[in-house]
Write a protein that binds this ligand. Structure first.
Ligand SMILES: Cc1cc2nc3c(=O)[nH]c(=O)nc-3n(C[C@H](O)[C@H](O)[C@H](O)COP(=O)(O)O)c2cc1C
Ligand code: SF4
Ligand code: SF4
Length: 256
């Protein structure tokens, strides 16, 4: 890769797992990385064009085996046949069709996948699943992806990687639970500011727009009083099932 090529780290990452991997990959490609945090709605509303001499590293978490259903996720980004290194970060179950979908979304915005990886982070619904990830071996794999993508870009006739996933993609599901606040809410607004899709009422932060809500649980983590939580038997059953099924740690996969 041209030593002077500009590298931009792009990620949607409500709970930080995806961000950690994207920054590791991009950091292995350049010492000067620009960051665009697509988790923030105000950033997604901005426009940014990328030249063919630039490189982007783009990561998303896997939700239901897909790219999270965020309206206009990549709408502000325009590439000019710009090489893209893709990352799908998941909670130790599976990525299913997420990388295939991400590659298609990229292509529609003018980006060309040069390399991709799937990586494991703690599962949103249980800190026990994927605990301690990324560990040093995960970070090493992420850096290897960045370095190998850079080497690949040195070859003028590089081809796109074969990515896993089926088309049509698996059907998008919506979990039958979402967080809400209770009487402990002190109206601090932390959850309102944290929500990546503006699903929490600033008038009454105990309320959630269940249609918009992604179930990312960033608001639950941000709440200083324990007011916001998922209080549902369906959630407890899901957590229990996942914790029993996802014991065996999965390992990163790179696609070049
Ligand atoms: C609604 C929802 C659906 C999810 N679906 C999957 C899945 O299909 N497979 C999986 O392994 N992890 C799944 N996860 C876990 C996330 O992919 C994982 O926790 C990821 O690291 C979160 O990324 P972030 O920390 O960047 O927000 C899901 C999480 C949420 C909130
Ligand atoms: S309201 Fe929903 S989308 Fe918003 S932060 Fe909470 S869980 Fe995520
Ligand atoms: S973060 Fe918690 S206490 Fe603060 S406004 Fe939201 S629900 Fe209320």
């Amino acid at each position: 890769m041209n030593q002077h090529a500009k590298v931009t780290a792009l990620f949607f990452s409500p709970t930080g797992g995806t961000r950690a991997y994207v920054e590791e990959i991009a950091g292995a490609m350049s010492d000067h990385v620009e960051t665009w945090d697509l988790t923030r709605p105000e950033v997604r509303r901005q426009s940014r064009s990328f030249g063919s001499d630039e490189v982007v590293v783009l990561g998303v978490p896997v939700y239901y085996g897909r790219v999270p259903e965020v309206e206009g996720l990549l709408d502000g980004l325009t590439g000019s046949d710009t090489p893209a290194v893709l990352a799908a970060v998941y909670g130790n179950r599976a990525i299913d069709d997420a990388l295939a979908e991400l590659a298609d979304l990229c292509a529609a915005r003018g980006f060309r996948p040069v390399a991709a990886g799937e990586f494991i982070a703690p599962h949103t619904f249980s800190a026990k699943i994927g605990a301690g990830r990324p560990d040093e071996a995960d970070r090493e794999a992420a850096r290897a992806l960045g370095k190998q993508a850079s080497d690949k870009l040195d070859k003028p006739d590089w081809t796109q990687p074969q990515l896993p996933g089926k088309r049509p993609y698996r059907e998008f599901q919506v979990a039958p639970f979402y967080p809400e606040g209770d009487s402990r809410c002190v109206q601090c607004g932390a959850c309102v500011r944290t929500c990546p899709v503006e699903a929490i009422s600033s008038q009454d932060p105990r309320q959630t727009d269940s249609e918009r809500c992604l179930r990312c649980l960033a608001c639950v983590r941000a709440c200083p009083t324990g007011s916001r939580a998922v209080r549902s038997m369906a959630y407890d059953a899901t957590v229990d099932k996942l914790e029993h099924a996802l014991v065996q740690p999965r390992q990163p996969q790179l696609y070049l």
